[in-house]
Ligand binder design. Sequence first.
Ligand SMILES: [Cu+2]
Length: 146
Amino acid sequence: MRRASAVVAVAALAVVGLAACGSSSSNSTTAASAPASTSSNAAGGGGAKGGTSTVNVSTPSGGSLAYDQKTLSAKSGSVTVDFNNQQPLQHDVAIADSSGKVLGQTDLVSSGTANTTVQLQPGTYTFYCTVPGHREAGMQGTLTVK
Ligand SMILES: [Cu+2]
């Protein structure tokens, strides 16, 4: 499961790129990238505190109220959630800690992308869509931070 540090470098570059362009929510990028199958974390990167990692969250192109991912994992530190909503229906991604407190969330987007960056310590978090009814319908999952 663990990959070489090249993955870490790529993830770091991606985060830098995202940070550089801020959170421009007005663009309507369609299918910016193929959905990564699970996540882009690397557990063996040498335990630098304050590391950066990116997790990819996407929705299936049908109409089902779900994310493609049920579980995500990331390194502790700065974690960027890269959300690609392929549906015309609006969705977002919120990150909440074990007490249910929302630590960050993306903008609502339809047929587009959004991202947010949160500072996370090791632990288990929940990600979900804040649109009423969507979480209950299944738009949620678990984010594990190591
Ligand atoms: Cu939703």
